[in-house]
Ligand binder design. Structure first.
Ligand SMILES: *Cc1c(COP(=O)(O)O)cnc(C)c1O
Length: 439
């Protein structure tokens, strides 16, 4: 019997026939792993500060109600960035005082709903602040409102995920001419503006750069409070963005390392005068998710062995379109769900979509695959299977949480059932068949 929990889960998924003709691709989530990451996050910050900390999970990273509920049970809240994400957080039972709204393009209706519910709002720009001015006039109990700042400390290795470049689209650009003075005045004019928000990192951004972003925002909070003559900024939201190691099972960097670095670099933020909010997403979920797909056929083309599987662009969109930035580890299992052994051969692991680039991995050394084998795309718990891409009308796969009992048996819990062909038709105007031919 395999001893690695992931291997045990794959074996059990095959034994329980989770993978089948009608469901040749499924997603697994390690419940104990998610709990452990949430606990590690809380412990990391508790070790460096006595200040109140709200860890608001970035719903974007895994927008699944049972996942949000699990994290809420582990003491986390929710960071939402659209009406849909707010609805998911509410469906999970995350209360308003554990929720933070950060959408970059909030409509007036979205702002009204947040204010009515008492959800903390981080305004992105001066025009949004003006909308809040109008909304909050006469409000007896305004929700906590913050201003998002781009510390412009620089980007990481993935341009599309670098939020703190000179020209990033998020927040008020702190180093632009006149911006600092404008921000200080904006706080002086608005007694209800009590928070600052920054999110300087994400995959590919080194920790010291993230810490520099947090320090810049802390210094701004101190300057605002000096100018105001009171402790007006009482909470700093430091965002998320801890990078994940997709190359091996080593968990680096850790929350503890990041929290210690922040406490060393920005000690004033951790001395108890400021409440803290964090918004981690990928680092809480990525390593606990696995996509399993059946190998349907194998072939060669130009002497390259190719395994045609059921996992491709629909569950691994970033990897397929930007493989250099988002390489995934692939593990090979046989038709019984046991790890495959044997000499490695360079193979392409292809998906089911009808375009040539639909490849999970190119020339990847793996034991020779055969029809009926199972491939596992590892570390796909965030921004992968929960971020379905509907190319070729491929269905959203089922998502199953798993727990390995002490006796080695595995229990599965359905997080989201697989999408049926009837649902695809219904979502595609199936009840409006003649809508265009009547005109
Ligand atoms: C995406 C996002 C996060 C989460 O980022 P991760 O890299 O998944 O940790 C947090 N805050 C904001 C504002 C975001 O846009």
């Amino acid at each position: 019997m395999a001893s690695d929990p992931r291997d045990q889960a794959v074996r059990a998924a095959v034994e329980h026939a989770l993978l089948s003709d009608s469901e040749p691709v499924v997603a697994l989530l390690d419940i104990a792993g998610v709990r452990a990451s949430a606990a590690a996050l809380r412990a990391a910050f508790a070790a460096v500060t006595d200040a109140p900390v709200l860890h608001a999970f970035a719903v974007k990273a895994s927008p699944l109600v049972p996942v949000l509920r699990l994290l809420y049970e582990e003491g986390l809240g929710a960071e939402v960035a659209s009406p849909g994400e707010l609805a998911l957080a509410r469906a999970a039972g995350v209360p308003p005082d554990r929720t933070v709204l950060d959408s970059p393009a909030k409509t007036p209706a979205e702002l009204r709903e947040a204010v009515a519910l008492g959800i903390a709002v981080n305004a992105d720009n001066p025009q949004e602040l003006a909308r809040l001015d109008a909304l909050l006039t006469g409000t007896a109990t305004p929700p906590p409102v913050g201003l998002r700042v781009n510390a412009q400390v620089g980007g990481g290795t993935i341009e599309a995920l670098s939020t703190a470049t000179d020209t990033s689209k998020f927040g008020v650009a702190l180093r632009d001419e006149g911006a600092r003075e404008w921000i200080v005045r904006a706080f002086r004019d608005r007694p209800w503006l009590t928070r600052l928000h920054t999110h300087s990192g994400s995959q590919g951004v080194p920790l010291p750069l993230m810490a520099a972003g947090v320090r810049a925002v802390y210094e701004l909070a101190e300057e605002i409070n000096r100018a105001a003559g009171r402790h007006q900024v009482d909470t700093v939201d430091i965002g998320g963005g801890l990078p994940v190691n997709f190359a091996s099972d080593d968990e680096t960097p850790t929350y503890a390392e990041y929290a210690r670095l922040l406490a060393a670099e920005v000690p004033g933020l951790f001395d108890g005068r400021y409440g803290l909010v964090t918004e981690f997403g990928r680092s809480l979920l990525a390593r606990h998710g696995t996509v399993l797909a059946r190998v349907e056929y194998t072939k060669t083309s130009g002497a390259r062995p190719i395994a045609v599987t059921h996992a491709g662009v629909q569950v691994a969109t970033r990897t397929v379109y930007d493989p250099a930035s988002w390489p995934l580890r692939i593990a090979a299992y046989d038709a019984e769900g046991l790890p495959k052994t044997g000499p490695a051969v360079d193979q392409d692991v292809a998906g089911p979509a009808c375009f040539a680039g639909d490849l999970l991995a190119v020339a990847r050394p793996l034991p020779p695959l055969a029809p009926g084998d199972v491939v596992a795309a590892l570390d796909t718990g965030a921004y992968y299977f929960a971020h379905h891409y509907a190319y070729n009308s491929l269905p959203r796969p089922g998502v199953y949480g798993y727990a390995v009992r002490p006796d080695g048996t595995v229990r599965f819990a359905t997080v989201r059932g697989p999408q049926s062909a009837a649902e695809i038709v219904a979502e595609s105007g199936g009840d409006r068949r003649d809508a265009l031919v009547r005109e």
